[in-house]
Design a protein around this ligand. Structure first.
Ligand SMILES: C[S@@+](CC[C@H](N)C(=O)[O-])C[C@H]1O[C@@H](n2cnc3c(N)ncnc32)[C@H](O)[C@@H]1O
Length: 363
């Protein structure tokens, strides 16, 4: 099996390189409006934003920043297939402008924007991420009434494009082999994620040289999310053969996850410099895809052993792995490992070969 991963330097407000109805899943994290690190970027996109910030008009700046994101949401509506899913990771912002402190509810504004474009909101995920302790102490310290709650969560907003639901041939391999284990379903489809601690990131650098200073610096500058976030979302909402789009690509974490998950991908990023370090990350993809498959299988074996010990052994045998599973739907689950990486002929991305991960290669 082959997958194609295109990376485009460009402005996602116009996704001219992406065809209508050619994407099954969007996984992305935009620059968060009203978070200071993105002020310059938004002002470059729309100069009146800088004026609004300077004059202390937070409400106008917030709205003008979202007006830039709205143009990208318009494009997502065009490029997604009917029934395709959009997963938007975003956090709210707290900020003091003109001596006035408030929260800017990015998640609510984006929810409205997607609904206005005909998307159906789905139950979302609250991603709980601990902040450092000094950030917790906001406002009037230990005196009422002007101490502030610390934002320690972000959202993964989930939307389905209207029209027909996606349909598959009965028993389609590309869907059944992309199944997830029953216990993964229980963990992944819970509405509060407290267990995203960069475990896959640890695998990414396992055995490899430490991340270069330049890559680490770019990661900070781009507010990259942990690999676990896009990998999980891709596994939850797409099948083999699907294309995943990230219009705010940053360091390419979504593409990395799509490569490991055996899906095609497209990434669009304004800043060309982000693309330069991605080659380093791609070099590690064959080993990373193997370790991720192996980690999922290992975790499953532990789950099966625990169930057996508790006197509730899973009832079904998996087809491709020497293990049992809880539901019929999981039987054909089959991970892919990346066995080859090549540049696309036009240099604008990568062509990967994948083989089914066997128990041997998983050992
Ligand atoms: C929050 S970061 C995404 C980080 C990414 N998820 C990762 O793991 O590296 C947002 C990215 O969107 C890019 N960006 C902002 N506006 C854009 C636009 N209109 N078109 C394309 N990229 C844009 C920024 O340069 C930044 O790299």
């Amino acid at each position: 099996m082959e997958t194609i991963h295109r990376v485009v330097v460009g402005d996602a407000r116009q996704l001219s390189s992406v065809d209508d109805a050619s994407v099954e899943l969007v996984v992305t994290s935009p620059p968060y409006p009203m978070i200071e690190m993105w002020d310059d970027l938004f002002t470059d996109l729309e100069p009146s934003i800088g004026d609004a910030l300077e004059s202390g008009n937070g409400r106008a700046a917030f709205e003008a920043m979202h007006a830039q994101l709205d143009q990208v949401w318009d494009e997502l509506e065009r490029v997604l297939v009917d029934g395709g899913i959009a997963c938007i990771n975003v956090g709210d912002a707290t900020r003091t402008l003109d001596d006035s402190f408030r929260v800017y509810p990015n998640h609510a504004r984006i929810l409205e924007a997607f609904e206005a474009r005909g998307f159906d909101p789905l139950p979302d995920v609250l991603w709980r991420k601990p902040t450092n302790s000094t950030a917790k102490f906001m406002g009037s310290g230990t005196l009422p009434p002007n101490a502030y709650v610390t934002l320690e969560h972000e959202y993964v907003l989930l939307f389905r494009k209207g029209g027909d639901r996606r349909s598959f041939e009965p028993g389609a391999d590309r869907r059944y082999e992309a199944a997830f284990f029953w216990e993964e379903r229980n963990r992944w489809f819970t509405d509060v994620w407290t267990d995203v601690r960069g475990e896959l990131q640890a695998l990414e650098f396992d055995g490899a040289d430490a991340e270069s200073d330049r890559a680490a610096d770019l990661r900070d500058r781009s507010a990259a999310y942990p690999l676990e976030i896009p990998y999980r979302l891709i596994s939850m909402y797409s099948a083999y053969g699907d294309t995943v789009l990230d219009p705010f690509w940053g360091t390419g974490t979504t593409t990395l996850a799509a490569m490991c998950a055996g899906r095609d991908s497209i990434g669009v990023e304004l800043e060309e410099t982000f693309l330069e370090v991605f080659d380093d990350r791609v070099d590690g993809v064959p080993a990373l895809s193997r370790s991720i498959g192996r980690a999922r299988l290992d975790r499953h074996q532990t789950f099966v052993a625990d169930r057996r010990a508790a006197g509730k052994p899973p009832q079904y045998d998996a087809t491709h792995y020497d293990t049992s599973v809880v539901t019929k739907m999981e039987r054909d689950i089959r991970f892919r490992e990346v066995t080859g990486v090549a540049d696309l002929e036009d240099g604008a991305g990568y062509r990967l070969t994948h083989e089914p991960l066997t128990i041997d290669s998983a050992e």
